[in-house]
Write a protein that binds this ligand. Sequence first.
Ligand code: AGP
Length: 573
Amino acid sequence: MCGIVGYAGGGGAREVLLRGLKSLEYRGYDSAGLALCGDRLHLLKDAGRVADLEVRIEHMTEAGTGIGHTRWATHGVPSQINAHPHTDCTRKVAVIHNGIIENFMELKSELMKGGHKFKSDTDTEVIPHMIEEELNKQQGMMDAFRKVVNKLEGSYAILAIIEGKNEIYFARKHSPLVIGLGRGENFLASDVIAFLPHTRCAVFVKDGDIGWVNSEKIYVEADGNKVERPFTNIEWSAEDAMKGGYPHFMLKEIYEQPDAVANTLLDARIEQLATELGHLKELEIVAAGTSYHAGLAFMYASDLKTRLLVSSEFRALYKGGDVLAISQSGETADTLQAVRQVRAVNGGKVFGLVNVNGSTLTRLADQTVYTHAGPEIGVAATKTFTSQLAVLYGIDAELKGKKIPTFDIESALRLNGEMKKLSIDMSRRQGIFYIGRGPSSVTAREGALKMKELAYIQAEAYEGGELKHGPLALIEEGVPVVAVCPNDIHRKKMIGSIEEVKARGGVPVVFGEAGDKELKAISDRFYGLPATDPFYSPLTYVVPLQLLAYHTAVLLGWDPDKPRNLAKSVTVE
Ligand code: AGP
């Protein structure tokens, strides 16, 4: 999704913005740009990478105030013209925006009737023209900005600057925005990572807030009245967000899983949430992508009466009841919309399971439990998935009066070398099947999702029992089938599924408990994992599948941290 960053200080805006934009690259983007505020505005923007701007930025004038943007196209193709910032007709006002202005067509035709000339196909460009229109009515920038924002429908985090003024005007509705407070300098960004090297003191802007920052002050208002928003001390260090010697963030994050899971299990809020959930008759779970898989894994483990809905389908299927919303980012628009739907129909209590502290979901939920995975920069969810599982299995263990489990992720990580070797074979395949039964069907789904999003290989997951209901028709000589087969009650039937695959010439790649002679005998591609609680096996069994997808992507020459067409935080519906 789009990333935004703003800087108001004594000087050095160019470098601060460039560095901020680089740290936001993980959100996914197709173009980038920035505007610096001097006696006139200086603009640089283009389709492509932030690195492409870097070589051209040296020719820009230095300034103390500016705004920068990474764009993920929604309205208008990725191009120089459609890249942000956008300006008004006089080129005195520059605006960047994350979100979607739903009523932009009406606003645009009104402005065009008034003689405004549009350069781009974006929804965002209406904003600077509307500001220009208001400024023509002889009022100050804040008054003009407020009037414009009040006319916008949709979702937005907006930053605006005007030539000759060292202030950044901002507004937020349903898109993330946070202020970083420094000494003699202040920051605005979609994510704290953009200003962590400068300050850890943050103010999370709320939905409906409008205001401005300069190098010394911040001003926030809600419903036309000045408000004070609390400061938060961000615990993540800038180093946490760096690669730490690994070639990619994703590999680093895979290796951080033992710590992420252990830290997460220390949180006392797991016990509190378990107590709350224990009183419920039923629970609806809502999530997207990998977080959805975490919800599914919980359904397999739990005795609670649960129903799981994909966030984007929630509106159509929700019939009321208490809801657990799972989201790494806490900013996924589909999931937030689902939660707003619960609120709109007074459906029940909302519990959040979130990684990013201060994110929108944490503010919408009645009660939040956190994963303590730290920042996840790779677009593919890895350590946040296993940390979500840790919370959910922790809750399950509490409810069943079992000991909180321990997970031997280190042993699973020792398969790294073998996964690297196996990736040579996988990288040559057109398609791969993943199968599992019971909780392992979730591991299979997550393994397949990782393979398709990173290596761009068609990877399909099925419950082992479903093979014979259709997919078996696609199994022929040499088709690889990754079979997740821990030592649980489904093992015997899984062996049956593996035999079905072999009988048709398929190549089973089997993951089972180390020392399982029978599995070893049916496949020369057998990989042993430590013994686990059978209900909680996805937490360790997913690790080699993450590694396999990672190595396959790298071997094929793809960047595993920034898969094409995808964004870390999907903030549009
Ligand atoms: C997983 O690798 C993907 N990046 C994606 O499916 C992700 O899990 C999904 O977009 C949900 O994100 P969230 O957990 O931040 O809500």
